[in-house]
Ligand binder design. Structure first.
Ligand code: MLT
Length: 275
């Protein structure tokens, strides 16, 4: 996991090095593969880094990342995910990047802005929200974490194969649900439980967005039921320099339901950030 004491996360790398990189942070309970539909559409061969967040894909577990960072291994947190990403980026020679995250990846991106402000040259928030969980949602996450740990299977989150999609694509794109289910089945129950507990504990970061003066884009599927349009509007209103892109006929997985406008939004963000 470490080279010369530096943390590594399994990371997809694309494009020519040496330019302002675009760092793509995946949603829950998935891995970097959810970004491939978007990266395939990025013109001009930009530098792209898409890490697997702690525990997902083939990255080290959340507790292992916490240990490498000198953080409390018993406390799952989005901050550990963010510090792990920052450390892995530094290990790869990246000191500054445009950072974009979908949903859980967005929570990590906002934690990066708060904890590693010098790293974030531009911010892309895709189908995510800056508010903390209400009590009921938090309790449900902890219950799911307990269930997947007890069952040692990820069945308790397989329903996300359809709930992540918009109402339109639930009917018209069964291939998408099948693909999402394959990605979910590739993740381990411990990663799912750790991330649920981490997300349950995350704070409201709306004020962090208000202090971010770099360029930002907020992207949301018009049919997103998990981080709906008002949540995106709330973030766009807080950010001093944000564009809002509403993707029609797409739900929470705009990256795969409608990757073209997502790629265009991120490409525009790279330009605004000075790539
Ligand atoms: C995601 O897509 O990452 C999840 O919906 C995040 C969450 O559960 O809040």
């Amino acid at each position: 996991m470490t080279t010369d004491g530096m943390l590594q996360l399994h990371t997809l790398r694309r494009g020519a090095p040496g330019r302002l990189p675009l760092v793509l942070l995946h949603g829950f309970p998935l891995d970097h593969r959810m970004w491939l539909d978007v990266t395939d559409l990025l013109a001009g061969d930009p530098t792209v880094l898409a890490p697997d967040l702690p525990g997902f894909g083939t990255s080290p577990t959340g507790p292992d990342v916490a240990e490498a960072l000198g953080a409390d291994t018993a406390v799952p947190s989005v901050d550990v995910m963010a510090d792990g990403v920052a450390s892995a980026l530094r290990a790869a020679g990246v000191e500054r990047a445009v950072v974009a995250g979908l949903s859980m990846g967005g929570y990590v991106a906002m934690a990066l802005v708060e904890r590693h402000p010098g790293l974030v040259a531009g911010l892309g928030l895709v189908d995510t929200k800056s508010t903390a969980d209400p009590d009921e949602a938090r309790a449900k996450r902890l219950q799911v974490a307990d269930t997947v740990t007890a069952e040692m299977r990820v069945d308790a989150v397989l329903g996300m194969r359809t709930s992540l999609l918009g109402a339109t694509n639930r009917v018209t794109r069964p291939d998408l649900a099948e693909r999402i289910e394959r990605w979910i089945r590739d993740q381990g129950p411990h990663a799912v439980a750790w991330a649920q507990r981490a997300m349950a504990a995350r704070p409201d970061r709306t004020a962090v967005l208000a202090g971010f003066t770099g360029p930002a884009v907020v992207v949301v599927g018009g049919e997103d039921e998990l981080a709906p349009v008002p949540a995106a509007q709330h973030m766009a209103d807080a950010l001093p320099d944000a564009e809002l892109v509403v993707v029609p006929a797409a739900g929470h997985m705009t990256s795969n339901e409608s990757p073209e406008p997502v790629a265009a939004a991120l490409q525009g963000l790279l330009r605004r950030a000075g790539d």
